[in-house]
Design a protein around this ligand. Structure first.
Ligand code: GAP
Length: 486
């Protein structure tokens, strides 16, 4: 798998562009082109449908300890600064960073990205392109983007762009439960933008400064949290596999006990062997974490941190020191059947929509051979997207631009277009038209030919098997609908 070829196809066919490209681009920011936006929307919609809107609240799903409910939420990107103080992001969401003083380099590096042989404490070789480096001492760099609220705002009006969507769910836990008649166990889901001022954004969209997350905070009884953790870990892995990441490039990696926070029973990463990584290395696509009652408890009670820095609307204690003050609200839950009151434990499956789309693009990329119009085998580039995720579901071709074929083809195009994205193409030899669709991953091509005019059937060509079957014109819409739905 050649990453350069994938990047080049993404630009050439309109999946991804560098943000603000005509001004030289902006490092760590990416725009989705006409096909990319469909791809990413399909991914997010599949997640929302499978996890939230289409979730069966009344049956016990395979592997689940019991039935459970799922609801959605859409919170603001800018929240009260105290949220980030209490969550720990304000003080602890930092990367250690070093700068290189070498003239001509002046690079900035994350300490954990520098191989140990090039450790800044024993500099021998610059992580930039230089033999000799002079690295500064490591220092903390907070990853949250800062902004100011209001026209006349000063430092005390500073606020942050959220670095994760999760906190919006925690602070709305009570609102959702009080307003929705849902009971624990319940999952609250959110898709939205998050922002991190990454020191070294890199590897295409993998490490961006603006990206989208698909997060679930699943609230359950503490005694059942281990079973729920196992359920979500397996369910989320299967979900990615069902979307086409089914090969050995996808991995479920359970964290070792010494990697876990003190409150956590387990964390697993769902990882993908992105082609820009060295052979045998995997990059995180989604984390599934058991978070205990840490988040709800923090937003109730807060905690005192003697090392925390004063600032903003963050509250100060009587001693003048900043206090990690919680909301003071009761975020416990009372089970109306057992009458038990408890602070729910949380299982958090947190996925990246951009990393998901990138993994799907990498997995889909294939080069094989297919016959051209003269029957000779030619190399073709084909994106083997799962039909559910493919940006264009079908392409409609009249074999020739005469004999009434375009009219029939256009009518079919309009009927299909009411249901999903399809393309109409009458330009060039039909083999070249197939090639264009293969390269953008269109799973089905429908050709109107001479036979259509006599028996009302069309050829349906499958992108992957190259098989062609004849389908009744009247059945085409339902046939494609059924093929792309699941
Ligand atoms: N609420 C938990 C949380 O945010 P995380 O592991 O920091 O956990 C979850 O992020 C997911 O968000 C990651 O698995 C990844 O897919 C995505 N993500 C995180 N940082 C990212 C970045 N800089 N660029 C693109 N995606 C990112």
């Amino acid at each position: 798998m050649d990453m350069d070829k994938i990047v080049s196809l993404c630009k050439r066919r309109g999946f991804l562009f560098q943000s603000s490209e005509i001004y030289g681009g902006l490092n760590g920011f990416w725009d989705y082109g006409p096909l990319g936006v469909e791809l990413k929307r399909n991914l997010k919609e599949a997640w929302w449908r499978d996890m939230v809107a289409g979730h069966d609240d009344i049956s016990t799903l395979p592997g689940a300890p019991s039935s459970y409910e799922m609801v959605g939420l859409d919170c603001t990107i800018i929240m009260h600064p105290q949220v980030w103080k209490v969550s720990g992001h304000y003080d602890l969401f930092v990367d250690k960073m070093v700068d290189c003083r070498t003239e001509g380099c002046k690079g900035r590096f994350r300490v954990d990205h520098i191989p140990s042989s090039e450790c800044p404490l024993k500099p021998s070789k610059c992580p930039g392109a230089h033999d000799k480096c002079s690295l500064t001492e490591p220092r903390d760099f907070n990853l949250m983007f800062k902004t100011i609220i209001g026209a006349l705002g000063g430092e005390e009006d500073a606020a942050f762009l959220r670095p994760e969507t999760a906190q919006g769910i925690f602070v709305n836990f009570k609102n959702v439960l009080d307003s929705s008649r849902v009971r624990v166990p319940v999952g609250i889901a959110q898709i939205g933008k998050s922002f991190r001022n990454e020191i070294t954004p890199r590897n295409f969209t993998f490490r961006s400064r603006e990206f989208e997350q698909m997060e679930i905070e699943f609230f359950c009884h503490p005694s059942e949290s281990r079973k729920w953790y196992e359920y979500w870990r397996n369910r989320r892995m299967k979900w990615w596999q069902d979307l086409g990441l089914s090969g050995s490039r996808l991995l479920l990696r359970e964290h070792h006990a010494d990697e876990l926070s003190h409150y956590s029973i387990g964390t697993a990463d769902i990882e993908y062997a992105f082609p820009f990584l060295p052979e045998g290395e995997f990059g995180e696509l989604e984390g599934v974490a058991h978070r205990g009652d840490f988040d709800l408890r923090s937003h109730m009670e807060g905690k005192l941190d003697p090392n925390s820095k004063p600032n903003l609307q963050v509250q100060l204690g009587a001693d003048g020191k900043p206090v990690h003050k919680g909301s003071g609200r009761d975020l416990t839950y009372r089970d109306d059947i057992t009458n038990e009151r408890f602070t729910p434990h949380v299982i958090e499956p947190s996925a990246g929509a951009d990393r998901g789309a990138l993994a799907i693009l990498c997995e889909a990329y294939h080069e094989d051979s297919a016959p051209d119009d003269k029957g000779e085998l030619q190399t073709r580039t084909v994106m083997k997207f799962h039909p559910r995720i493919a940006p264009v579901k079908a392409a409609i071709f009249p074999l020739v631009k005469k004999d009434g074929m375009p009219e029939v083809a256009q009518e079919l195009y309009r009927a299909l277009k009411k249901k999903f994205p399809v393309q109409y193409d009458e330009k060039g030899a039909v083999g070249r038209r197939y090639r264009r669709q293969d390269e953008i991953g269109t799973p089905y091509c429908l050709t109107i030919d001479g036979q259509t005019l006599t028996d009302q059937t069309v050829t349906l060509r499958d992108r992957d098997t190259l098989e062609q079957v004849r389908v009744k014109l009247a059945d085409v819409v339902s046939e494609i609908e059924q093929r792309v739905s699941g």
